[in-house]
Design a protein around this ligand. Structure first.
Ligand SMILES: *[C@@H]1O[C@H](CO)[C@@H](O)[C@H](O)[C@H]1NC(C)=O
Ligand SMILES: *[C@@H]1O[C@H](CO)[C@@H](O)[C@H](O)[C@H]1NC(C)=O
Ligand SMILES: *[C@@H]1O[C@H](CO)[C@@H](O)[C@H](O)[C@H]1NC(C)=O
Ligand SMILES: *[C@@H]1O[C@H](CO)[C@@H](O)[C@H](O)[C@H]1NC(C)=O
Ligand SMILES: *[C@@H]1O[C@H](CO)[C@@H](O)[C@H](O)[C@H]1NC(C)=O
Ligand SMILES: *[C@@H]1O[C@H](CO)[C@@H](O)[C@H](O)[C@H]1NC(C)=O
Ligand SMILES: *[C@@H]1O[C@H](CO)[C@@H](O)[C@H](O)[C@H]1NC(C)=O
Ligand SMILES: *[C@@H]1O[C@H](CO)[C@@H](O)[C@H](O)[C@H]1NC(C)=O
Ligand SMILES: *[C@@H]1O[C@H](CO)[C@@H](O)[C@H](O)[C@H]1NC(C)=O
Ligand SMILES: *[C@@H]1O[C@H](CO)[C@@H](O)[C@H](O)[C@H]1NC(C)=O
Ligand SMILES: *[C@@H]1O[C@H](CO)[C@@H](O)[C@H](O)[C@H]1NC(C)=O
Ligand SMILES: *[C@@H]1O[C@H](CO)[C@@H](O)[C@H](O)[C@H]1NC(C)=O
Length: 733
């Protein structure tokens, strides 16, 4: 998708003052030799790129334009069309390549001292500004003016800007920048006549209109006292994107103009008159001076950022190649350098090249636009519209409003398609987004938020399926916004894969749903220990849920705390490490950044990137640390005795072993055989005797806990170690 925002930001270098205006971004709707003003009903002499209403064609009228099913401009009630020449790059071998169109910006400006008397463009109104045959700057033909408002060369209606990648823009000039180095494009600009004779909607010599004395300012001449908004069109040509450009060749406009002096623009009104009238009356007389559509209520209600997708370029009406690499300019136009005006194009070409086929100009009835109100039923039976949700809160992945399933297909996407698709997969909720996406789930992400209501309508993108198939034009969300529907049919049994119990989705209620043992969302400190430093599943499991993590930590030795991070990871710990930070002391994750849905149960929340949803295992009983048993009955510890095992054992009376060995087992065995001493060695070996046999080399020593081995029959007791025994003694038997 092209971004037109950069164009809008670099607005109107030669305008001044704080006069009101609005502007809108536009994408191409039609390309080719189409010009219903100059060549109605037939192929035009040269090729244009057209933005605006989808019904533009060689026979277009106001009636057909307002009937356009859509517009490639931002304001949906403006089905007008605006066109300018195509720009070509000519290679040294003489062939041409169409310079990619980088989008247009159309301005409606209130200019001069008489702005309060501006009237809207009437139905049927058309204007052409500029002179296709000009090849030099005419400094002698001036606009009408007087002493207070002097005239100005009408050649100033055309100007060019070179947009560098960075740094200051060179000054505008009245001829084109014949270079590929305008990295962000060459912007061709044309100002239109804003003064009208009040009689003729169009005259082929454009004598029904006149320029303001200063073109972008000033007053209207006698006989043209009806002031209109001044249209100003910027067309961005992506000159830096020409492939294989060399230093020794040139750019040329489709009218055979390598200079740019012959740049021109056309306008045919296709406005919804009520909207245009209100916009002129409320936003041009005293409106916001920065051109932001959002500050003009009647236009804001109508605004969409989906214009390029809502209304893609239509198939060419004139069937001849104008794009890519072509041998000659469309219409066999010859290049003329001037400085004198170019001669009218001869029709000699027609003798050698057959007239291309022209598809009939469309005059379709507009598709009804359906926008349900939240709570209303829409689409398939029993499907209720939940509203437009902001789907940009976490970027992508497990942050979406609906998360279980995503399906993308522009050509068949519609509200009904998505509702049926989600039902077929067992989901109650369906959501359409970005004209082409369908998302399903059984619960709305607890962190999802409804989009601002009223001030901005963010779900304005037409469904790809209904747009291409005709029928009711529906909306399918927007860029980062999703229209959500719920299947209210109570006999529908959801079986989508986010269910916690087979066959039945578990509604997930964040209020209290985390339990009193939810401690909150903790942030790991980069480069330091994780919030929970114990056992972990750092690579993540697809079945991860809060319950799976709790079980994992319980089975991994038992931990006081467990935590979930990044949708599928689980961490355990007996402490929350001090350098981690509790983000919000809340029992709900909606206010913090733990917003990722658990991979194994999408209604649940499992932390986020670098943040952990931490729980306290309140059923956890801390283990008693292993220790040397001090007494078993009347036997008391005699510390440790070394066992060099070079000359027999230190205890030589009796012996037993076993995988269930404990201190108690050994003492009981020795007592049963009437020995005063019991010694446990190497975890599992039990020796008895009535003395420490000196010849064995064994001597008393203090026990070193780090060398002790756990008793296999009781993990909280030590049972000697390698080369020494824990010795117990009783003087009585
Ligand atoms: C127009 O430009 C020419 C050439 O620069 C100059 O001789 C002439 O005086 C100018 N005419 C006006 C009206 O400025
Ligand atoms: C301002 O507009 C009104 C109404 O069209 C017209 O009568 C008047 O002459 C205009 N004034 C100027 C200075 O053009
Ligand atoms: C540019 O050059 C490449 C490589 O020679 C060639 O494949 C391509 O067709 C050329 N493109 C144009 C528009 O000349
Ligand atoms: C455009 O630039 C090329 C290459 O420098 C040059 O040959 C050509 O004459 C220029 N065209 C115009 C109209 O200045
Ligand atoms: C272009 O020039 C050639 C030769 O000068 C001429 O035959 C042809 O008619 C011209 N084409 C147009 C459209 O004027
Ligand atoms: C333009 O209108 C004329 C007159 O109604 C009609 O004959 C012609 O077929 C139309 N052309 C196209 C391309 O629609
Ligand atoms: C999109 O849907 C159309 C119409 O059902 C189908 O023909 C096409 O194969 C689908 N495309 C993809 C990528 O699934
Ligand atoms: C959508 O959410 C983003 C991120 O929090 C926020 O910047 C934006 O203003 C929200 N837009 C609307 C229309 O709610
Ligand atoms: C959204 O706005 C409409 C119209 O103003 C209103 O009826 C509806 O209740 C609002 N919805 C919400 C969720 O605020
Ligand atoms: C979850 O998945 C992991 C890895 O595939 C597996 O080891 C574990 O047993 C599973 N746990 C449950 C409760 O299904
Ligand atoms: C949500 O966060 C904000 C900003 O940190 C805080 O002022 C507010 O009290 C928090 N709300 C809850 C319910 O924790
Ligand atoms: C976790 O639970 C235990 C047992 O209920 C309690 O002693 C401990 O203070 C809790 N930890 C935190 C951080 O709340």
């Amino acid at each position: 998708m092209k971004s037109f925002l950069t164009l809008a930001a670099a607005a109107l270098p030669f305008l001044h003052g704080a006069d009101a205006f609005w502007r809108m971004n536009c994408a191409v709707i039609q390309t080719g030799r189409v010009d219903p003003l100059v060549n109605p009903g037939t192929v035009a002499a040269h090729a244009h790129s057209i933005v605006g209403g989808s019904n533009i064609g060689v026979n277009s009228t106001y009636a057909s334009m307002v009937n356009s099913s859509c517009t490639s401009c931002e304001l949906r009630s403006d089905k007008s069309a605006y066109w300018t020449p195509l720009l070509y790059y000519q290679y040294p071998n003489g062939s041409f390549f169409e310079v990619p169109h980088g989008g247009s910006v159309v301005y409606y400006l209130a200019r001069g001292p008489n702005v309060t008397s501006i009237i809207p463009f009437p139905p049927g109104f058309k204007i052409l500004s500029g002179d296709k045959s000009a090849r030099s700057y005419d400094n002698e033909t001036l606009t009408w003016g007087n002493a207070a408002y002097p005239g100005r060369p009408i050649a100033d209606r055309v100007s060019f800007a070179c947009l560098p990648a960075s740094g200051p823009e060179p000054p505008n000039q009245p001829y084109m920048f014949n270079v590929t180095s305008c990295v962000d494009g060459m912007r061709a600009q044309i100002a239109f006549q804003a003064c009208w004779n009040g009689v003729d909607l169009y005259k082929s010599d454009n004598s029904h209109v006149a320029y303001l004395s200063g073109i972008d300012n000033g007053i209207c001449p006698p006989g043209y006292q009806h002031q209109l908004p001044m249209i100003f069109v910027e067309t961005n040509y992506a000159v830096s994107q020409v492939p294989n450009a060399t230093d020794d060749s040139k750019f040329v406009f489709s009218q055979g103009d390598p200079t740019g002096f012959g740049f021109h623009g056309d306008f045919i009104n296709g406005w919804d008159m009520a909207v245009q009238t209100e916009a002129v009356n409320t936003c041009l007389f005293n409106g916001a001076p920065d051109g932001v559509v959002q500050e003009c209520p009647v236009l804001n209600a109508d605004d969409t950022n989906g214009y390029a997708q809502n209304c893609p370029e239509q198939p060419p009406q004139v069937d001849e190649p104008v794009r890519g690499l072509i041998e000659r300019l469309p219409g066999c136009i010859n290049i003329t350098y001037g400085p004198q005006a170019a001669p009218a194009a001869s029709m000699a070409c027609a003798a050698t090249v057959a007239k291309p086929y022209i598809t009939p100009t469309p005059d379709s009835t507009p598709l009804p636009t359906a926008s349900p109100t939240p709570g209303a039923m829409f689409g398939l039976p029993l499907q209720q519209y939940m509203g437009c949700y902001n789907d940009t809160l976490g970027g992508s992945g497990y942050y979406r409003t609906l998360n279980s399933v995503e399906y993308v297909n522009y050509t068949n996407m519609s509200v009904e398609f998505c509702q049926a698709y989600c039902m077929s997969l067992g989901y109650t909720l369906s959501g359409v987004e970005y004209a082409q996406e369908c998302h399903c789930d059984n619960e709305i992400n607890p962190t999802a938020v409804a989009a601002l209501n009223g001030t901005v309508n963010s779900c304005t993108w037409s469904c790809g399926g209904t747009l291409t198939a005709g029928g009711t034009q529906e909306f399918c969300g927007g860029l980062g916004f999703i229209d959500v529907y719920r299947n209210t049919n109570t006999s529908f049994v959801p079986f989508g894969d986010n269910s916690n119990t087979a066959g039945n989705a578990q509604p997930y209620t964040p209020a209290g749903g985390f339990g009193s043992n939810y401690l909150g969302c903790y942030s790991d400190t980069p480069g330091q220990l994780r919030t929970l430093p114990g056992a972990s599943v750092p690579d993540g499991w697809n079945n991860m849920t809060i319950e799976v993590c709790a079980a994992f930590c319980a089975q991994s030795g038992g931990y006081q705390y467990y935590g979930l991070e990044y949708a599928s990871q689980c961490y355990c710990g007996n402490e929350i490490v001090p350098n981690s930070m509790l983000l919000t002391p809340t029992t709900s994750p909606t206010n913090d950044t733990c917003q990722m849905r658990c991979k194994g149960s999408e209604p649940e929340v499992c932390g986020g990137p670098g943040v952990m949803s931490v729980y306290n295992n309140t059923a956890y009983i801390p283990p008693i640390p292993p220790a040397i048993v001090t007494h078993v009955g009347k036997y008391g510890t005699k510390a440790c005795v070394t066992d060099p095992n070079s000359n027999g054992r230190p205890l030589q009376g009796g012996y037993t072993t076993g995988t269930n060995m404990t201190v108690e087992v050994c003492v009981k065995y020795c007592l049963g055989q009437y020995y005063h001493y019991a010694g446990i060695e190497y975890g599992v070996e039990c020796y008895c005797g009535n003395e420490i046999v000196a010849s064995s080399g064994g001597v008393y020593a203090s026990c070193n806990a780090t060398d002790e081995m756990l008793c296999p029959g009781n993990n909280f007791e030590f049972c000697g170690g390698r080369g020494f025994m824990n010795v117990y003694y009783s003087p009585d038997l």
